[in-house]
Design a protein around this ligand. Structure first.
Ligand SMILES: Cc1cc2nc3c(=O)[nH]c(=O)nc-3n(C[C@H](O)[C@H](O)[C@H](O)COP(=O)(O)OP(=O)(O)OC[C@H]3O[C@@H](n4cnc5c(N)ncnc54)[C@H](O)[C@@H]3O)c2cc1C
Length: 462
């Protein structure tokens, strides 16, 4: 048997999604010795862009938010190195629609819109004036639904937060815990006693560094698709540091480090010794990769629920439906439709569809409708056709291009068991110095969170 990879290294990273790639990028930048083991034969994890028949579509996330300094720094570095170029969404990005009584309504952007919108009840519009004076919540595990009802009212929950959570988490606000799922909202109440008051006072109180000022919270993709971002990280970290198509990866602690065994693409069993191991996979993978974790501790970590999502990329050479001048539309669960929402990708970014055409991303399933995962492609197509005829002004549903992508572990749901999970991860890392458990089981679900965590994992390893 010939071993082509070295037999020792400083750091082993498991998983070459955005988290693992960012960690690898920063280890490389600091000249640390490392290897990345990835089960698939390509890098990027759920991020994957494809060009086909004049359309450029995403198979995973479609857009991210420039939401922290780690994103700003990384994008500036990659762009300066000529590796990839972030593309910010066009100016109609703030125009977002919410479905009410089968009609798309604009999401209010300011106080004036909030008064006139038909989305919220008159009673809640009055009630909102009292929001700054409402008492702080005392339950640290309060669900998001209870939090929003308490502070803003039922109609804000039904026609703002519920569709927003459907769009971001494909989740249920009754299950998600405010403190873990939307910590910014939780902290506004805890630190300022009010969401409205806190949003106004926070920027005045905070002194921002030059770098922090560049956190513009704008919506991003990359020129040529998000896949160009993961490719840029792969190339910058050094392609020779990646073992792709690595099967049955198993970590075992040894004296002063870890033994990592795996099978390469040819089915050969290989072993490598590392001082440190960083896992960046989902929680559901740990039982397989870390068999040494004591069962009770593991259950607290891998009990994390991941919702399933079906994503449908739809391309039209000539779009004849409703005007697509915005970000897209989200659908509240109260409306009882069979899709979660639609993103107008070709309205946000250049070159996604032919000139008179459109590229849309449609999402189905989520916590609301896990049953839809059982449908075959024809079943999914029929649902999308029915909903497009009802909601998107399409008389004849004849897309020139349709791609159906199923995600069995799409988005982790940070529910009431999160505190116990985070404590278990900390305990595990203390028991095995040199082991770091990253990935979206903690630290946030969005791409910006993954970049931030990837950088932190590298800093700890350094
Ligand atoms: C449908 C969908 C839509 C989304 N939309 C958005 C959005 O609009 N905005 C946003 O900011 N974020 C969005 N996200 C979230 C965002 O895509 C993720 O947070 C991010 O891409 C996750 O990166 P990761 O590296 O943590 O995980 P992953 O991308 O899951 O990478 C983990 C890697 O580990 C590998 N792996 C698994 N098991 C093993 C094993 N046994 N051995 C070795 N390797 C293994 C996997 O193959 C994978 O490459 C979306 C996610 C999905 C699924």
């Amino acid at each position: 048997m010939t071993q082509t990879t070295p037999q020792t290294t400083d750091v082993v990273i498991i998983g070459a999604g955005l988290t693992g790639l960012t960690t690898a990028y920063y280890l490389q930048k600091n000249q640390k010795e490392f290897l990345v083991f990835e089960k698939q034969t390509r890098i990027g994890g759920v991020i994957h862009s494809t060009r086909e028949n004049g359309f450029l579509y995403e198979n995973g996330p479609n857009t991210g938010v420039v939401g922290n300094t780690a994103v700003v720094e990384l994008f500036e570095e990659l762009e300066q190195a000529g590796k990839c170029k972030p593309e910010l969404a066009g100016k109609n990005v703030n125009k977002r629609f919410i479905l009410k009584n089968a009609k798309w309504e604009c999401m209010p952007l300011g106080p004036k819109d909030a008064i006139t919108t038909p989305l919220f009840s008159l009673w809640d519009k009055f009630r909102i004036l009292g929001e700054p004076f409402r008492a702080k919540g005392k339950n640290p595990n309060e669900s998001l639904a209870s939090f929003v009802k308490r502070r803003m009212g039922q109609s804000f929950l039904d026609y703002a937060i519920d569709p927003f959570i459907g769009g971001v988490y494909a989740g249920d606000p009754n299950y998600l815990t405010t403190r873990f799922a939307v910590p910014k909202i939780y902290n506004l109440e805890q630190n300022y006693g009010s969401l409205i008051g806190g949003s106004m006072k926070k920027p005045m109180k905070e002194k921002k560094t030059e770098l922090e000022k560049r956190v513009n919270r704008k919506t991003f993709s990359m020129e040529g698709g998000l896949g160009n971002m993961t490719t840029a990280l792969y190339e910058s970290a050094g392609k020779d540091k990646f073992v792709l198509g690595a099967n049955n990866i198993q970590v075992q602690p040894t004296n002063g480090g870890f033994q990592v065994s795996y099978e390469n693409g040819a089915g050969e069993s290989l072993v490598i010794h590392a001082k440190k191991v960083i896992s960046t996979t989902g929680a559901f993978v740990l039982e397989e990769t870390m068999p040494f974790i004591e069962k009770d501790l593991l259950r607290k970590i891998d009990s994390l629920i991941y919702t399933k999502v079906i994503e449908v990329a739809l391309g039209f050479n000539r779009w004849e439906g409703i005007k697509l001048d915005g970000f897209g539309g989200l659908i509240p669960s109260k409306e009882k439709r069979d899709i979660l929402g639609v993103l107008y990708m070709s309205s946000l970014f250049e070159g996604r569809a032919p000139e008179l055409g459109a590229l849309l991303s449609v999402f189905l399933g989520g916590v609301r409708r896990q049953d839809l995962m059982l449908l075959n492609d024809e079943g999914v197509r029929q649902i999308v056709e029915k909903e497009f005829k009802a909601l998107m002004g399409v008389n004849r549903f004849n897309p020139d291009f349709i791609k159906i992508i199923r995600h069995n572990h799409a988005i982790p749901q940070y529910g009431p068991d999160s505190a116990e999970r985070f404590a278990a991860v900390e305990e595990l890392e203390k028991m095995y110095p040199g082991l770091q458990i990253g990935g979206n089981l903690r630290g946030g679900i969005g791409m910006a969170d993954r970049i931030k965590q990837g950088k932190e994992l590298a800093q700890t390893a350094l």
